[in-house]
Design a protein around this ligand. Sequence first.
Ligand SMILES: C[S@@+](CC[C@H](N)C(=O)[O-])C[C@H]1O[C@@H](n2cnc3c(N)ncnc32)[C@H](O)[C@@H]1O
Length: 202
Amino acid sequence: MLSRQAEWDAKHSSAATQPAEKPAGILTELWPLLPAGTALDLACGRGRNALFLAEHGRHVTAVDWSAAALDILEHRAQALNIPVRRVQRIDEARQLRAGIDLLLANLESIALPANRYNLILCIRYLQRSLFPQICRALRPEGILLFETYTKAQLDFSGGPRNPAHLLDKGELRRAFPELETVFYRALRAEQGIASLAAKKTR
Ligand SMILES: C[S@@+](CC[C@H](N)C(=O)[O-])C[C@H]1O[C@@H](n2cnc3c(N)ncnc32)[C@H](O)[C@@H]1O
């Protein structure tokens, strides 16, 4: 049986020749409200969101455990003339210029640097054990954008089926009590999905 990591590699590889995906709606909708500065894209996949940020002049550290996903992201960045490089450790990333630092890593064993990012994205990835680290990794005035499936997704096709990978009703709204909610939405229409933008105020 394939490991979860190998399954993701296979999924990404099979999409390699497809056109690049659009960035997440929450990112483009809230873009005018997002702070300048350096960003972290957790479980970046093939990089639709990291590419959007880099094209808009941001520095992004993009982390995923799928080598196939990072290869695709690297090629797409190069095709767009976006500076891209591989890093071996998360604290090796420099935040001086626009572009993408790619880190191949298992988020289940990562240590995020404290007070480092102005923006953290976690889109369509749910690892509850990361929540405290995400808060610590934000800089003051930094914003977290979090969007992923809820258990309502079980009424629709596609998306994760394992309840452990699905948010409970209202869970995302309560998940980051240290942060101030700027935006929250839970949809049950064609998909079950919850979205949060929250700011670190202290
Ligand atoms: C549904 S995709 C979302 C990709 C991207 N955030 C987006 O919105 O397009 C989930 C991603 O999580 C990655 N992933 C799953 N478990 C992981 C882990 N333990 N560590 C790092 N990445 C992981 C997968 O490789 C996959 O790229």
